[in-house]
Design a protein around this ligand. Structure first.
Ligand code: GUN
Length: 298
C-alpha cells in the first residue's frame, strides 16, 4: 500500500478562505476588523520566521496585525508590561507570545497574565482548565486544533478509533488528548499518550488506528513501529544537516516518511502537513476571539 498524502497546505488554504470570508461579512455588517498582536523576545531565527509568517497570514485575511520584537535581555516585568498594554488595547483581540522565552522570564507567569479572552494560543491556565473540562467554546491550542481539522476534513474522523499520541508537551500532546477525548467535532476517540519514558513504545504505537507524533526527534518512528493501514500525523519539524542543500539543512519530521508511507493508509508530509494548519488555526482562533469580545453572532 502507498499512503494517501494529507495536504496541510491545501486544507489550510481552505480554512484561510473561510476565515477571510467570515471577516469580510463582519466588516460589511457590524464593521470592525480583528486585530492580532505577536510578541517575540530574542532573535532565534526559526521563531523569527514563524512570527513573521503569522503576521503576514493575518494581514492576508484582512486582519490588523502588530508585531512586537523585544531584545533577548527583556525582563519579566517589562514583558508583563507589554502583555498588560495589549490586554487593555481595544484594537487587539488576539495576543500570541512566541515560546520559548529566554531563561530569565517565567513562561507560566507570562501566560497567566494574558487575558483569557485574547489568548489565541490557548496556553493560559484558565483556557487549559476549560479545555480539560470539555468546554466546547474554549480557545484551544492551534496545533492540536489543526490536527483535528486535518483528520476530519481528510475523511479520518477519530470518533471511536484508537489514537496513540507520542509526546506529552503542553503545546501539542496534552491538549491533543483533551480535544480527542472531548464530545465535540473530531472528538470521541480512545486515546493513549506515550512519551520518552514509555517502555516498549513500539508495542503501543502498533496498536494505533491513528498515530500522532510530536517528540522533536528526526525520523524516530519507523515502519516496524506501525501497523498496516494506520493514519499518521507527523508534527515534527527538525532541521537536519544536509550539505547538498543551499541553506545547509533539510526539514524532516519525527516519522521516517519513506518507509512508513509504504504501510500507512494516509500520512502528512513535512513540510506541508501540520505546520500550515497551526498558522491557519491561529487565524480561526483570532476570529473567534474577536466575535466573542465584540459580542457578535458566532
Ligand atoms: N512555539 C512553538 N509553537 C508555538 C505555538 O503554537 N505558539 C507559541 N506562542 N509559541 C510556540
Amino acid at each position: 500500500m502507498s499512503a494517501e498524502i494529507i495536504s496541510g497546505t491545501d486544507i489550510a488554504r481552505q480554512i484561510r478562505e473561510e476565515v477571510a470570508q467570515k471577516a469580510r461579512e463582519i466588516a460589511e455588517g457590524a464593521g470592525g476588523v480583528p486585530g492580532l498582536a505577536t510578541v517575540l523576545v530574542g532573535e532565534d531565527p526559526a521563531s523569527q520566521s514563524y512570527v513573521r509568517m503569522k503576521n503576514r497570514d493575518a494581514e492576508e485575511v484582512g486582519f490588523r496585525s502588530r508585531q512586537i520584537d523585544l531584545p533577548a535581555s527583556t525582563s519579566e516585568d517589562e514583558l508583563l508590561g507589554w502583555v498588560e498594554g495589549l490586554n487593555a488595547d481595544p484594537d487587539i483581540h488576539g495576543i500570541l507570545v512566541q515560546l520559548p522565552l529566554p531563561g530569565q522570564i517565567s513562561e507560566a507567569r507570562i501566560l497567566a497574565a494574558i487575558d483569557p479572552m485574547k489568548d489565541v494560543d490557548g496556553f493560559s491556565p484558565v483556557n487549559v482548565g476549560r479545555l480539560s473540562a470539555g468546554d466546547p467554546d474554549v480557545l484551544a491550542p492551534c496545533t492540536p486544533r489543526g490536527i483535528i481539522e486535518l483528520l476530519v476534513r481528510s475523511g479520518n474522523d477519530p470518533a471511536g478509533r484508537h489514537v496513540v499520541i507520542v509526546g506529552r508537551s503542553n503545546i501539542v500532546g496534552k491538549p491533543m488528548a483533551a480535544l480527542l477525548l472531548g464530545r465535540g467535532r473530531g472528538g470521541n476517540a480512545t486515546v493513549t499518550v506515550a512519551h520518552s519514558k514509555t517502555k516498549d513504545l513500539s508495542e503501543i504505537t502498533r496498536l494505533a488506528d491513528i498515530l500522532i507524533v510530536a517528540v522533536g526527534r528526526p525520523e524516530m518512528i519507523t515502519a516496524d513501529m506501525v501497523r498496516s493501514g494506520v493514519v499518521v500525523i507527523d508534527v515534527g519539524v527538525n532541521r537536519v544537516d544536509d550539505p547538498s542543500k543551499e541553506r545547509g539543512y533539510r526539514l524532516t519530521g519525527d516519522v521516517d516518511f519513506e518507509s512508513v508511507s509504504q504501510l500507512a493508509s494516509a500520512i502528512t508530509p513535512v513540510p506541508g502537513g501540520v505546520g500550515p494548519m497551526t498558522r491557519a488555526m491561529l487565524l480561526s482562533n483570532t476570529l473567534a476571539a474577536y466575535v466573542s469580545i465584540e459580542g457578535l453572532e458566532a
